[in-house]
Ligand binder design. Structure first.
Ligand SMILES: Nc1ncnc2c1ncn2[C@@H]1O[C@H](COP(=O)(O)OP(=O)(O)OP(=O)(O)O)[C@@H](O)[C@H]1O
Length: 272
């Protein structure tokens, strides 16, 4: 579905953020992208839809090589990719419904969007999505009256209304409490499976990533140092991704601490 081959990005100041990243993501597959601050995670997901221009390498979405496109052709192909950001850029004074429909603005044409008129099928789809993400009772609420979790759900609905094939998700839970984070991750993974979407989720919380994302890609200094199942995130692997630390409480399949406190991950799995 998505093929990234030998992708590099060197910023103008000489900073080599990606040093030859290759990665494939299939339809319906959701992967967690982890790594320390500065590893290149944001650069990588932004190179996929070319919000950041890669220095070399290829990005292929289905049959189309995105790295070979420009102008209108690139804009058209970008519609196949939905983006969900940590602080989703909602339009504060617009309602939940209007924010979701804003995801369709690229399609409605200048005059329709100017008068904020939308096709009946877009409105119906927005209603169905808001129902699905649990916000149907908040449809007329202004975005600035929503909680963080509700805002993220609007962001998800807004990305999905364009019916993308690929989702790029940048730190979706960074400002959410643990319970809300889990419900947002659960919703995201369910929606990817239901819609056969491929997704890359840039996520700092390793425990949350392990709990919800079956495949993890670990980046360190612009290089993929791990690509495998969440269950393979041993203390050794975590050290290769993040550096030396006592990983015994975080690593998959490792024992508990000396004081007998159970692993966080074990607790989370038991909850499910
Ligand atoms: N616009 C830029 N110009 C120059 N260097 C940049 C730019 N953006 C990012 N970098 C550098 O590229 C490297 C990768 O940054 P990036 O933001 O992709 O990392 P990250 O893994 O997403 O980090 P974080 O988890 O903190 O968001 C870092 O060394 C960063 O300083």
């Amino acid at each position: 579905m998505l093929r990234i081959q030998a992708l590099t990005k060197t910023y103008k100041n000489g900073e080599a953020a990606l040093k030859g990243v290759s990665l494939g993501v299939e339809a319906g597959e959701i992967i967690g992208l982890i790594g320390p601050s500065g590893a290149g995670k944001s650069t990588l997901i932004r190179c996929v839809n070319r919000l950041i221009e890669p220095s070399s390498g290829r990005v292929q979405l289905g049959e189309v090589e995105l790295t070979g496109l420009s102008g209108g052709a690139l804009r058209r192909e970008r519609r196949r990719i939905g983006m969900i950001f940590q602080e989703y850029a909602l339009i504060e004074r617009l309602t939940v419904m209007e924010n979701v429909l804003a995801g369709r603005l690229g399609y409605t044409g200048f005059w329709n969007s100017w008068f904020r008129r939308f096709a009946a099928q877009d409105v119906q789809r927005a209603i169905a999505l808001l129902e699905r993400v649990g916000l149907i009772d908040h449809i007329d609420k202004r975005a600035d009256a929503l909680s963080g979790g509700q805002r993220q759900r609007v962001g998800i609905a807004r990305a999905l209304i364009q019916q993308p094939e690929l989702l790029l998700v940048d730190e979706p839970t960074a400002s959410l409490d643990p319970k809300t984070s889990r419900s947002v991750m659960r919703l995201l993974t369910e929606l990817c499976i239901e819609n056969r979407l491929a997704a890359i989720v840039n996520i700092h919380d390793v425990v949350l990533a392990q709990a919800f994302l079956p495949r993890i890609v670990g980046l360190n200094a612009g290089i993929v140092v791990y690509d495998g199942p969440a269950s393979g995130l041993t203390a050794e692997v975590l050290t290769s991704i993040y550096g030396e630390e006592d990983w015994t409480r975080t690593a998959a399949g490792e024992g508990g601490s000396d004081d007998g406190e159970p692993l966080v991950i074990a607790r989370m799995e038991a909850e499910q």
